[in-house]
Each structure stands twice: as structure tokens, then as C-alpha cells.
Ligand binder design. Structure first.
Ligand code: NAP
Ligand code: GLV
Length: 319
């Protein structure tokens, strides 16, 4: 069977390579991802599937896939939507797209930090609401970036790229990770156990994958450790944060503000309590949404698919 199912229409021309290589390609044409039942149907006769963050490649979907399926090529670096153990047990390959989206995502994390700290969206709302009647020295004050201490949780590719941006703004960088990094990787950033990091940082940015260990890593207890004016940024995964505890902390003014590119639930309904709180900025999971980045992610997923279908090792194998 030479059929490939692609769950989204990706920018750029990378998908054309699949047809050029002789595969019959079906690209899901709608803005909203195929529902689980549709995905299961499509995988009955596909030999590869190009997926991304919201696609539910759970045990049920993978077990129901037809006998031709060889690879789940995830066009994203995170793959918490895929049941890796079930895929492995079925002899499937799984790949992802590490590296190409590192800078774009670090840029967005930094943009959220700067926007929350310096109250950019609050300022825009103020002007739009016709409240701008005079200059005043106490208007919309926020913490400065320079000289602040930033804590990076998860000091991998994106965490390190984010730290580089922070160093450029004269911040002191602390990090926590599964283990301390060698000095050539840390680049002056100091390791802290995670609870110390929460207590010491003026700004915290999350960059871990979503795993059973990182689920609700930001919980009520850790939020209580944070400085009262601290800013939290999450571009990792929504479920790394206990949203209920976050809303509580914001309502009680025990946190300076938050910038979230990922939420729980996701998509976040417009009626969600988070959106009625001051100094909260939410973007719709657009960390890697640079034109070139998205084209490169698609190209990597295509290269991984073609490699496996040709009987060779995928360049970005997860399993
Ligand atoms: P990465 O290079 O693998 O970095 C993740 C880091 O987190 C690793 O150093 C890892 O350590 C560490 N880590 C794992 N478990 C931890 C824990 N319990 N406590 C502290 N640190 C822990 O991955 P990346 O490329 O930077 O991507 C990170 C995540 O960002 C992705 O998994 C994805 O969820 C998210 N992301 C979001 C967007 C977006 O659009 N918002 C875009 C891209 C990525 P070990 O290697 O030792 O496990
Ligand atoms: C996006 O969220 C990714 O994991 O690449």
C-alpha cells in the first residue's frame, strides 16, 4: 500500500515530495483536525501518517491501524499525543522534528515574558478603552527585565535558546533540569533544585516535555514558593501547569502575571476564568509559527516518512 495520510495542510512545498516519490497522498483539508474516528478510518490503509500536536495517536487509534502502517511522523518536537509504548509494541517507527523550531519557540517565550512584565497588552487595552488621558509616573508599572533573575525549567534545546536571549538582556540565569549540565552547555547559567528555582526567580519559563513526571510540575505548593510579583511563562505544554491552582494564585494576587502559549484545556475557551484576569496573556499555541520554521518542520516529517518507507533509518527517530 502506498498511501500517506497527512493530518494538516502544511505551509511550503515539502508535501509535494511525497507525491513525487510515488505515494498517494491525502491531506486533511479542514482547519480543525480530523476527529479520532476519522483518523482511525484513514489509518486503515495508510503506510505513513504525518501528525501533529492535537492528533490523538492513543493506544486505541494505534491498535486499530491497518497492517501497512510503518511510521507516525510527528511534525512537532513534543510527542505526548502519541502512545509511544503501543507504537513500539506494534513495531511502528515514530519520529519528531527537534531543533528546527528551537529559535522560533524561544523567541515567543521571550516575547511573552517581555509583554507580561512590561504590560504591553494591558497598555494596548488601556489605550483602546479610551483611558489614556494623561502621562503619569505610576501608570502601568512592571518589573524591568535587565538585572532580573530568570529561572528556566527544562534546560534542553529551547530552554538554552531562551536563556541566551535572557543573557542578552542582562538577566541572571538559573535553571533546573533532570541533572546539572556541563559548563560549556550551561554558559554561566546556575543549576538549582526545582523548588529553589521557584523561590529564587523573578521570572520562570517552562521548557520541559510533558511526561508523567512533569504533569502539574507547577502546582499549588510550587506556586506558593514564587515571589509575589513573579512572572510565569509556559510555552511547553498546558498540563505542566495545574491551571486551577494558577487561577487561584492569580486571583489572590500571589503572582505578577503569566504568559501562556499552551493551556489546559487546549484550545482555551474564550469564557475560561484565566481570560478575565489582569496581566494574563494567552497565545494559541504558536511557538513554532514562523513561516520558515513550519516549512522546515513539514520537510523533516516528510524526510522521516520517506526514509522509513524506503527501509532506512529515519533521521529523527523517537522509536
Ligand atoms: P529538549 O531539548 O528535549 O529539552 C527538554 C529538557 O527538559 C531536557 O533537558 C530534559 O532533560 C528536561 N526535562 C525532562 N524532564 C524534566 C523534569 N522532570 N524536570 C526538569 N527538566 C526535565 O526539548 P525541546 O526541543 O527543548 O522542547 C521542549 C518542549 O517544548 C517540547 O517537548 C514541547 O512540549 C514544547 N514545545 C512547545 C512549542 C510551542 O509551540 N509552544 C514548540 C516546540 C516545543 P533530559 O533530556 O535529561 O530528559
Ligand atoms: C509544538 O508544540 C511542538 O512540540 O513542536
Amino acid at each position: 500500500m502506498k498511501r500517506i495520510f497527512v493530518t494538516r495542510a502544511w505551509p511550503g512545498r515539502a508535501l509535494e515530495r511525497l507525491t513525487q516519490a510515488g505515494y498517494e497522498v491525502e491531506v486533511w483539508p479542514e482547519f480543525i483536525a480530523p476527529a479520532k474516528g476519522i483518523l482511525m478510518e484513514k489509518l486503515k490503509d495508510a503506510s505513513a501518517v504525518i501528525t501533529t500536536v492535537e492528533d490523538p495517536l492513543d493506544a486505541e487509534v494505534i491498535r486499530a491501524a491497518g497492517p501497512f502502517l510503518r511510521i507516525i511522523a510527528q511534525a512537532a518536537v513534543g510527542y505526548d499525543n502519541i502512545d509511544i509504548e503501543v507504537a513500539r509494541a506494534r513495531g511502528l517507527r515514530v519520529s519528531n522534528t527537534p531543533g528546527v523550531l528551537t529559535d522560533a519557540t524561544a523567541d515567543l517565550a521571550f516575547a511573552l515574558l517581555a509583554a507580561v512584565a512590561r504590560r504591553v497588552v494591558a497598555g494596548m487595552d488601556y489605550v483602546r478603552d479610551a483611558k489614556w488621558t494623561a502621562w503619569h509616573p505610576a501608570l502601568l508599572l512592571g518589573p524591568e527585565l535587565y538585572g532580573a533573575t530568570v529561572g528556566v525549567v527544562g534546560f534542553g534545546r529551547i530552554g538554552q535558546a531562551f536563556a541566551k536571549r535572557c543573557r542578552g538582556f542582562d538577566m541572571k540565569v538559573l535553571y533546573s533540569d533532570s541533572a546539572p549540565k556541563p559548563p560549556e552547555v550551561a554558559q554561566g547559567a546556575e543549576y538549582r533544585p526545582v523548588n529553589d528555582l521557584f523561590a529564587e526567580a523573578d521570572f520562570l519559563s517552562l521548557h520541559t516535555p510533558l511526561t508523567p513526571e512533569t504533569h502539574h510540575l507547577v502546582n499549588r505548593e510550587r506556586l506558593a514558593l514564587m515571589k509575589p510579583n513573579a512572572v510565569l511563562v509556559n510555552t511547553a505544554r498546558g498540563r505542566v501547569v495545574d491551571t486551577e491552582a494558577l487561577v487561584e494564585a492569580l486571583k489572590a494576587e500571589r503572582l505578577g502575571g503569566v504568559g501562556l502559549d499552551v493551556t489546559d484545556p487546549e484550545p482555551l475557551p474564550a469564557s475560561h476564568p484565566l481570560l478575565s484576569l489582569p496581566n494574563v496573556i494567552v497565545t494559541p499555541h504558536i511557538g513554532s509559527a514562523g513561516q520558515t520554521t513550519r516549512e522546515r518542520m513539514a520537510a523533516m516529517a516528510v524526510a522521516n516518512s520517506l526514509a522509513v518507507l524506503a527501509g532506512t533509518e529515519p533521521p529523527n527517530a523517537v522509536v
